[in-house]
Design a protein around this ligand. Structure first.
Ligand code: PRP
Ligand code: ADE
Length: 210
């Protein structure tokens, strides 16, 4: 397979490779088969693999090993999965940052535009963040960065301190770079695969359905 370290190509949800190099589990992700109204791939398939989920969480947390984190916040909807898993792994609480219209309590909200180009609203309960609380913000992905930027705004406007940002991939978009430059961050993408992620096509897709 061209351009891919073959040790990274692994599609089987019921086996682990002998050698688990950083990001090995990224080839478990399924390509988009439904077109441009959907995100360009489906990271959630990797959560089905027990070792992949563990390794992904450890990779995301590695840069924060010595950092104080008081609370983990995850972004609706897929950010809840990694966020809650990370909160549990750290022994911390979990705060849900929700797409507007679901929380039946007093909320603070902020508008944003994501990769779909549609205007959306995100909201947060107002009774969870004490000023100065250090929050690790977790989501599944940063593409344009519109979603993460709105979440950061919500947390900071409530007096929280963003201790870090963790997502499977932070693309090298303007918004992704803004997050990297302004906050401590982590993702799971090894350097040699980064251009494939930025180009929205993984070499592993060629063999995904074989
Ligand atoms: O960087 P951006 O361009 O803002 O896009 C990133 C967001 O888009 C995806 O969520 P999405 O709302 O598609 O779906 P979900 O409800 O399944 O998490 C992803 O999980 C991020 O939350
Ligand atoms: N979950 C996701 N996977 C891939 N690309 C994305 N862009 C925004 N969300 C995404």
């Amino acid at each position: 397979m061209s351009g891919v370290n073959s040790s990274l190509v692994h599609f089987d949800l019921y086996k682990s490779p002998e050698k688990r190099t950083r990001g090995w589990y990224l080839s478990l992700m399924a390509p988009n088969e439904k077109g441009p109204n959907y995100a360009w791939l489906d990271p959630s398939r990797l959560y089905c693999h027990p070792q992949a989920l563990q390794d992904c969480i450890e990779d995301l947390l590695q840069p924060f090993t010595n950092d104080q984190i008081d609370l983990v916040a995850g972004i609706d909807a897929m950010g809840f999965i990694l966020g809650a898993a990370i909160a549990s792994r750290l022994g911390k609480g979990f705060l849900a940052i929700r797409k507007a219209g679901h929380l039946c309590v007093t909320t603070y909200s902020h508008p944003y535009v994501d990769y779909s180009g549609r205007e959306k609203n995100m909201e947060i309960r107002t009774d969870a963040i004490k000023p100065g609380v250090r929050i690790l913000l977790v989501d599944q992905w940063i593409e344009t960065g519109g979603t993460m930027r709105a979440a950061i705004k919500l947390v900071e406007d409530q007096g929280g301190v963003v201790a870090g940002v963790a997502t499977i991939c932070i693309e090298d978009s303007e918004g992704g770079k803004w997050v990297r430059e302004n906050y401590k961050s982590s993702d799971c993408v090894p350097d040699d695969l980064r251009s494939q992620f930025n180009g929205h096509f993984l070499e592993s897709f060629h063999d995904f359905h074989k």
